[in-house]
Design a protein around this ligand. Structure first.
Ligand SMILES: Cc1ncc(COP(=O)(O)O)c(C=O)c1O
Length: 476
């Protein structure tokens, strides 16, 4: 299958500020392209630009490009295909080393907490209903009536009247987004996204052929004028927003900006996709609001929810709330991708909703503590970094003060910490001066991770010029 072609200008944009003082140009280029491949910004099977074209665009010698491509071929990240040139691959390690530092990596890449305490008891309670599930097929495309009813009640109790017919149960929030993208985004549709945003949503909208248009978000929030202007100028078919404890910045959209978004969407005929995966993780915002959809009268709004952050991602239970006819379209489209959500997990999820508020309070207390530990460690060990403290969500979005995010991700791996480079959260190579660190892991891992990051950051400028710097190729 063809993975498309990446033009030299697009590759240059993705590369961002790739040259480092401590490495030869070909090594730095190979390492940066390798990172783009590993973190998914250059998909497998993509054809890279011809060597001469890239040399001209980057204003480097052809030898530099040939050597960089050669290094990528040596590590299996690039293959030569007759008639197609150099094509991206992800090397498959049949026998991954078992004793390398990778096995003890601190995971700062995923913002996914372990199960909330008390879930075990809930699972035991749920198994009392096991015979009901075992006597049937045990999976279905729309969701069990009991769970859809519980989730509908949950919205209704928060001032958003909802019927079970307006709910579809999905395999987590990501599946919901992918299904929405596949069902409602057509080739070349304009899709408004925040920048930065949750990277796998970008992947889903891109995969459906959407043309991504961005509106900026910082730790201080949205720029209402830019947001308004983008709706007017672009008239997007769909807008994907994370208004509560936005991933990765942690920002929340003020109620007046929400109303404004609804008004602009109404005028532009935009479908709103509101991701509330992190919306319950309020660590002290100081205000609450009705669910976004309660303000969106007359505007087609699809709300995505999930138990992934508040309870446990291992359940893979998410949902979509939308008008009945939208749920009908999603239902019709779903079987092409999967045949439904397991009823066993839905049994557990229905029980979870019996105790939901208490479980969320427990998660909030835990995340608040973890956020504070991480903030303290970072301010102590990396005082030169800007560490805004979010009032909710799962992660910190840090300003590094220098364009070193990809280098940190690259060399962090050699030191035992995996982290996603800032540009993965954007669409055009931006955010090289930012990095996201989740506070979802255990406290000892947060502390160790910050030590390793501080070590990595310190070693970056000290790499002696021309010397064989630690290569990503050596660890991946
Ligand atoms: C904003 C956002 N949406 C969706 C997801 C996916 O959640 P799930 O684990 O339920 O698939 C995540 C997970 O990180 C997220 O941060």
């Amino acid at each position: 299958m063809d993975g498309g072609r990446l033009g030299p200008k697009d590759l240059k944009t993705l590369l961002g500020e790739w040259e480092t003082s401590g490495q030869s140009a070909y090594q730095a280029l190979a390492d940066r392209i390798r990172l783009l491949i590993i973190d998914g910004r250059i998909p497998s099977r993509t054809k890279l630009p011809a060597e001469r074209e890239l040399a001209d665009t980057l204003e480097k010698s052809r030898t530099t490009i040939v050597s960089a491509y050669g290094a990528l071929k040596n590590t299996g990240h690039l293959v030569s295909q007759r008639g197609s040139g150099s094509v991206v691959a992800l090397p498959h390690h049949a026998n991954p080393p078992t004793t390398s530092p990778q096995t003890h990596l601190v995971d700062f890449a995923r913002a996914a907490p372990a199960a909330i305490s008390g879930l075990e008891t809930i699972i035991q309670r749920a198994t009392q209903h096991l015979p009901q599930v075992l006597s049937k097929t045990g999976f279905d495309l729309i969701g069990s009536p009991a769970l859809r009813d519980r989730i509908a009640q949950h919205y209704s109790s928060r001032n958003l009247p909802t019927t079970p017919g307006q709910i579809m149960i999905t395999l987590g929030g990501q599946h919901a987004l992918a299904l929405i993208a596949r069902t409602f985004v057509r080739q070349a549709d304009r899709v408004l996204v925040e920048s930065p945003t949750y990277p796998h949503a970008l992947d889903a909208f891109r995969l459906s052929g959407g043309r991504l248009v961005t509106t900026p978000v910082t730790s201080a929030g949205w720029d209402p004028d830019r947001l308004r202007d983008t709706f007017e100028r672009v008239r997007p078919s769909l807008a994907y927003l994370i208004p509560d404890f936005h991933n990765p910045t942690g920002a929340s959209m003020p109620p007046d900006v929400r109303s404004d978004v609804v008004e602009r969407a109404r005028r532009a005929g935009t479908v709103l996709v509101i991701d509330e995966t992190t919306a319950d993780l309020d660590l002290g915002r100081g205000w609450t609001d009705v669910p976004f959809a309660a303000r969106a009268d007359g505007v087609r709004t699809l709300t995505v929810g999930s138990l992934g952050k508040s309870v446990w991602g291992g359940l893979r239970i998410g949902w979509i709330r939308a008008d009945d006819d939208v749920i009908g379209s999603l239902h019709a489209a779903r079987a092409a991708g999967d045949l439904g959500t397991p009823e066993l997990e839905q049994l557990v999820a229905a029980e979870v909703f019996e105790d939901y508020d208490a479980l969320v309070q427990r998660r909030i207390a835990q995340l608040r503590h973890h956020r504070d530990v991480l903030t303290r460690e970072l301010r102590e060990r990396l005082p030169q970094w800007d560490v805004p403290v979010p009032d909710g969500g799962t992660s910190l979005w840090l300003g590094l003060g220098a364009p070193i995010s990809s280098a940190l991700a690259l060399f962090g791996l050699t030191r035992g910490v995996s982290i996603i480079a800032g540009p993965r959260f954007g669409v055009d190579g931006a955010f090289e001066r930012f990095i996201r660190i989740p506070y979802t892991g255990p406290v000892d891992q947060l502390t160790r991770g910050v030590h390793l990051l501080a070590d990595t950051a310190q070693s970056l400028p000290a790499l002696p010029a021309g010397r064989a710097a630690p290569h990503l190729a050596d660890v991946v």
